[in-house]
Design a protein around this ligand. Structure first.
Ligand code: PMP
Length: 354
């Protein structure tokens, strides 16, 4: 336990606003890849009118899993839901990782895989991405084969957070030949235009695909994620999960979100088109070099000035972005895609600083 880093709390939104001397609605929050449009009116209505808040949730989540089954065209038996994709990552690690076991991680990437592995006493085998954030699958496979013991789980994110790049199908195909569980985290798939790998799951013995309602459905605060799993893995997950892991408000919201195609097609389209505009406009800012992204954020290399100062200056103006300074992400910022007027604001500030 002593080796674990203490948890760094994220300030509640209202507290953050107060610290910055602003009203929450005057903060442009582009630091956590949340969806600026939020849930659809039909989702809000479903949560407001849900009649059974005094009754515990369905531990099997039958209704939501049925809706999901139609949504992603996967048998309901292969689907499992959690309180965010985060909970599913945690459960997978608990199920597979004994102290000393390895997970494979492809940094720079999302931090929860190594966080959960550390809590379980696991070891993390890092295979670093290239400068363009791509994965050299052939070399990665050679390196994994030379490891002893063989890792138990490989986590790979597509589109990757923080750059937004996609995993090529050929790389996944090659990883699936290894004797380990391959977990593809597709939290941002809906913004990518790429086919989800979820359709591969029923055909494979060792593939898990994770998805979430936090991004496309705009309900990060309600905590709802899901995944498609091979049946033997699911046997284990059903045994170890908390019976009431997903709350009834999240379930009602999730079902309504799946049903409200029109709202979500429109808002996802708006985010994708703003991402492309943000990327183009960022290219015109002399001290920034943005990476092409298939997600709802754009990562930028900050050239010839301090990324932390840039982040702090934006923050003073009420604009929150994510700042990095770690291996592979030296002096970079990541800007989540906001509404057009929010993106205009951040672009205007950045231009003024040139
Ligand atoms: N995977 C990735 C790659 C993410 O970036 C995030 C959220 N930042 C998650 C999973 C967590 O999703 P959830 O909100 O469903 O727990």
């Amino acid at each position: 336990m002593e080796a674990l880093e203490p948890y760094k709390p994220i300030l509640p939104f209202e507290v953050l606003a107060e610290n910055l001397g602003r009203r929450p609605e005057d903060i442009v929050k582009l630091d956590a890849n949340e969806n600026p449009y939020g849930p659809s009116p039909r989702v809000l209505e479903a949560v407001a009118s849900y009649p059974y808040y005094h009754i515990y949730p369905d531990p099997q989540q039958e209704k939501l899993r049925k809706a999901l089954s139609r949504h992603v065209n996967i048998p309901m038996e292969n689907l499992f839901v959690g309180s965010g994709a985060d909970e599913l990552i945690d459960l997978l690690v608990r199920l597979f990782i004994e102290p000393g076991d390895y997970i494979v991680n492809f940094p720079p990437t999302f931090g929860m895989y190594e966080f959960d592995a550390a809590i379980a006493g696991g070891r993390v085998y890092d295979i670093r991405r290239g400068k363009d954030f791509s994965i050299d699958a052939e070399t990665a496979i050679e390196r994994m084969k030379s490891l002893s013991p063989m890792p138990k789980i490989l986590f790979v994110t597509s589109p990757n957070n923080p750059d937004g790049g996609l995993l090529p199908p050929s790389a996944l195909e090659a990883f699936l030949d290894l004797p380990l569980l391959v977990v593809v985290d597709e939290a941002y798939n809906e913004f990518s235009g790429a086919d989800s790998f979820i359709s591969w799951v029923p055909e494979r013995e060792n593939l898990v695909v994770l998805r979430t309602f936090s991004k496309w459905a705009g309900i990060a605060g309600l905590r709802l994620g899901y995944g498609a799993f091979p049946l033997p893995v699911l046997d284990g997950l059903w045994k170890i999960k908390q019976p009431y892991n997903v709350n009834v408000a999240a379930t009602a919201a999730g079902i309504a979100a799946i049903e409200d195609r029109e709202y979500y097609e429109r808002t996802i389209r708006a985010i994708v088109s703003e991402r492309e505009r943000l990327y183009r406009e960022l290219q015109g800012i002399p001290y920034l070099s943005p990476f092409p992204s298939k997600a709802n954020f754009v990562l930028c290399d900050v050239i010839g000035r301090d990324a932390r100062e840039l982040k702090e200056t934006l923050e003073e103006g009420g604009i929150m972005v994510r700042y990095y300074d770690k291996p592979g992400l030296e002096n970079m910022i990541r800007i989540s895609v906001g509404k057009p007027e929010e993106n205009d604001l951040v672009l205007e500030k950045l231009r003024k600083m040139a």
